[in-house]
Design a protein around this ligand. Structure first.
Ligand SMILES: [Cu+2]
Length: 128
C-alpha cells in the first residue's frame, strides 16, 4: 500500500513537470494559429542551448517568432532555435505561427539540446 502511494506521488511530480510542451493543444482544423512551446527545465540540471521542433505533416506557412538571444534555422520540415544558454531553473517560451493540418492528431517531435546532454519530447495537438 505504501509503495502504491509513493508511485502515485512520483507520477504526480512527473506530470507537473513542464518538459517541453505545447501551451494549447486543441484548435480548429485548418486554422492559422500561434503555437507556444514551453520549456520548463533543462536536461538533468544542464542549461538549454537549442530547441529543435519537427513539424507534423500538413502544418503549413510556418513563421517563427524572432527571439532575442536565439538564432533561428528553418528548413521545410523543422525549425531550430539556437542560443541561450537558458539555465535549468528558468522558464522560457518559443513561439511559431502557421496553418494547422486537417482534423486529426498531430505530433511535434522536439529535441532539447543542453550544455551537457539532450532530451527528446513529443507534444501532440488535436484539430477538429
Ligand atoms: Cu519535465
Amino acid at each position: 500500500m505504501k509503495k502504491i502511494m509513493i508511485a502515485a506521488a512520483l507520477l504526480a511530480a512527473t506530470s507537473a513537470h513542464a518538459h517541453i510542451s505545447l501551451e494549447q493543444r486543441e484548435f480548429a482544423a485548418g486554422s492559422y494559429q500561434k503555437l507556444v512551446f514551453r520549456v520548463g527545465h533543462g536536461c538533468s540540471g544542464s542549461a538549454t542551448t537549442a530547441v529543435s521542433v519537427r513539424l507534423p505533416e500538413g502544418f503549413a506557412a510556418m513563421r517563427p517568432m524572432p527571439k532575442n538571444g536565439w538564432q533561428v534555422e528553418r528548413s521545410a520540415g523543422s525549425l531550430i532555435w539556437r542560443g541561450g544558454p537558458l539555465p535549468d531553473d528558468f522558464y522560457e517560451e518559443f513561439v511559431m505561427f502557421g496553418k494547422l493540418p486537417a482534423a486529426g492528431s498531430h505530433t511535434f517531435k522536439i529535441i532539447q539540446s543542453c550544455q551537457a546532454g539532450s532530451a527528446n519530447w513529443e507534444s501532440t495537438l488535436e484539430t477538429r
